[in-house]
Design a binder for this molecule. Structure first.
Ligand code: ATP
Length: 438
């Protein structure tokens, strides 16, 4: 990273803290490495991203169903999935400074911190282990799920039956996953507790490559609809040495972060690996019978697996902008309106003459449908700037003219242009602007 880019990450971390987007977890105790909390503004942004994903995957596809599976699962699940055996990273320790690294991240075999000698690589399982029940013995060892996908596979038959779907169809899920990463970092890019948005699409073997291509394109399109700059997005195909144990083909969608091109989402052709293994390990038949062709087969799976937190970081990095206006720096998050945490700031120009009451009434009415923020303190310019910093797309101001003709000014965040509209049209106006591009 050059200094300008380091600067951007530093500025973002500090903005996130100051404005209630992201806090270090357990900050009063000095924090805990790679765990983060979302503040009042951050939780809105995160929920909006998840809603946007859910709408585009579940609501806009008749053949995709939703699911919310348990984080704690039967321990055999992780044997069947291959995670107990192979969900590992090679780990090396520096003999001098005792720091720990992923072997694949230190190509020169010399400690990147102090130049010291490194130990031989050993395999380190990334799953968090804990115990279920009151007795701490081997039989009760369980894991926190390292991916949400397995909750979908074990429910394949349940969803198939209750939804009366036919292949091809998909199951989508958003939920927490846990990985004891060796080298976490880059703010919320690599965390030990994070959220995934995964969709597993079950298809007939032989049609998997075509479906893979379809989902690959659709998922790229999704990031563009989310407002991410297309020039900063690209595909990266996994070479044979990068492929996970279950994958036939894998592409990542990458974004160009200040710290390099990095994965946002994995699109994998998982073949029939998972359903086959769960059939073997559980003794339950997870095959599918096609009524029309009278064929029975174990479906192939095309997986799209995205990180909520990484998407959120991408939105922040991509949206952050500074511009100089009359010698002052304006910080603005140019977030797509549909994911902006606050949709409109509502301001009385001054704190008298009935303007606060009128503005509060507008805020109350809009608050039935949108997350809006009422603010009457300080100069109007400062109030606009505060909203710019968290990406609020509109500022609605009640001034003396409002008292006479029941109109307000609406200021647009990016252009800072203002137009005057009648109060009874404000709701429609916002609805129209916020659903555009959705
Ligand atoms: P990486 O190579 O970065 O470790 P991965 O290839 O192991 O990621 P997958 O197992 O494909 O990742 O997980 C799917 C998605 O889940 C990733 O694209 C990413 O968005 C998200 N994800 C995975 N690990 C983490 C993590 N430690 N912190 C935040 N998000 C993560």
């Amino acid at each position: 990273m050059n200094s300008k880019e380091t600067n951007l990450m530093d500025k973002l971390v500090s903005l996130c803290k100051r404005r209630g987007i992201i806090f270090q977890s357990s900050g009063i105790y000095g924090g805990i490495n790679s765990c983060w909390d979302y503040g009042p503004v951050g939780v809105e942004l995160k929920n909006n991203i998840k809603r946007f994903w859910w709408q585009s995957m579940v609501y806009q596809h008749e053949n995709i169903e939703g699911l919310d599976a348990s984080i704690i699962m039967h321990p055999r699940v992780w044997e069947a999935s291959g995670h107990v055996e192979s969900f590992t990273d090679p780990l090396v320790d520096c003999k001098s400074c005792k720091r720990r690294f992923r072997a694949d991240e230190v190509p020169n075999n010399r400690c990147p911190e102090c130049g010291g000698e490194l130990t031989e690589a050993r395999q380190f399982n990334l799953m968090f282990k804990t115990h279920i029940g009151p007795v701490e013995e081997e039989t009760s060892v369980i894991y926190l799920r390292p991916e949400t996908a397995q909750g979908i596979y074990v429910n394949f038959q349940n969803v198939l039956k209750c939804s009366r779907q036919k292949i091809p169809f998909g199951i989508a899920q958003i939920g927490k996953a846990f990985r004891n990463e060796i080298t976490p970092g880059n703010f919320i890019f690599r965390m030990r507790e994070f959220e995934q948005m995964e969709m597993q699409f079950f298809v007939k073997p032989g049609t998997d490559e075509e479906w893979f291509e379809t989902w690959k394109q659709k998922r790229m399109e999704w990031y563009i609809q989310l407002g991410i700059c297309p020039q900063k997005l690209r595909f990266h195909q996994h070479g044979p040495d990068e492929l996970a144990h279950y994958a036939k083909t894998a592409f990542d969608i990458q974004y160009e972060f200040p710290f390099g091109w990095k994965e946002l989402e994995g699109i994998h052709n998982r073949t029939d690996f998972d359903l086959r293994r769960h059939s073997e390990f559980s003794g339950k038949d997870l095959s599918y019978f096609d009524d029309e062709t009278r064929e029975r087969y174990i479906p192939y799976v095309v997986e799209t697996s995205a990180g909520v937190d990484r998407t959120l970081l991408t939105c922040l990095v991509d949206a952050y902008d500074e511009e100089e206006i009359k010698g002052e720096i304006r910080v603005v998050l140019r977030l797509a309106p549909q994911i902006a945490p606050v949709k409109a700031g509502i301001f009385p120009l001054v704190k008298r003459d009935g303007m606060p009451e009128m503005a509060q009434k507008i805020a109350h009415n809009l608050g039935q449908h949108f997350n809006v923020f009422y603010d009457e303190s300080g100069a109007i310019g400062r109030r606009y700037r505060r909203q710019d910093e968290i990406g609020t797309p509109f500022g609605i101001t009640v001034d003396s003219q409002s008292l006479q003709d029941q109109t307000v000014t609406v200021r647009e965040r990016d252009s800072m242009l203002q137009e005057r509209i009648s109060i009874d049209r404000v709701g429609e106006y916002l609805k129209d602007k916020l659903t555009k591009g959705n």
